[in-house]
Design a protein around this ligand. Sequence first.
Ligand SMILES: Cc1cc2nc3c(=O)[nH]c(=O)nc-3n(C[C@H](O)[C@H](O)[C@H](O)COP(=O)(O)O)c2cc1C
Length: 186
Amino acid sequence: MRHNILAVVGSPRKNGNTHILVSKILEGAGAEGARGDIIFLADVAIRECDGCHACWKGTECSKNDDMNRLYPKIIASDGIVFGTPVYWYGPTALMKGFVDRFVYFNCPEHRVKIRGKPAVLAVPFEEEDPQTAALLRAFFEKSLRYLEMNLIGTLLVPGVSEKGDILEKADRLKEAYDLGRRLVRL
Ligand SMILES: Cc1cc2nc3c(=O)[nH]c(=O)nc-3n(C[C@H](O)[C@H](O)[C@H](O)COP(=O)(O)O)c2cc1C
């Protein structure tokens, strides 16, 4: 069975460090026979979750936006790559808004659609101190654990600021490639 990986880029910068990192993960996944789709959150309209819980009551999300067509892609995927740079010690607003909408999976009927799904997290940021990403990392670890997903790896890449800086970090790109392979080999 060919694996189907969904990669989500939370940076608004195309060809930026997150995009490059996520592409490298997909390249590794591809080497194991998987196909990957990239969703640029900046290209889709995802509104805020306001906790109406329509999604728990068997009706579509009342926001009626692009997330309603992303849910089936998330559910159909064999693994998810979450890619976001650090913005003020957290994820980008685009990524936070996307994860907020995972409330959909927080009812028994929908939980089964995501339970055990493997995921990886990829995070570039400017500062050199790895602690810069500590809150962001905890946000994903706690949220995905709560959702009973399986976060199999996190790749933090400090010291990248300008678009494409990450291309200078061959060792980190190799780690990204290997992480992609691991995501599929699971
Ligand atoms: C609004 C904003 C907030 C940021 N906050 C931080 C931060 O708190 N710490 C940090 O190390 N880098 C911060 N950065 C820098 C980005 O994390 C860094 O430039 C990253 O490589 C951008 O990834 P991208 O090329 O995928 O957009 C911030 C950048 C922006 C635009």
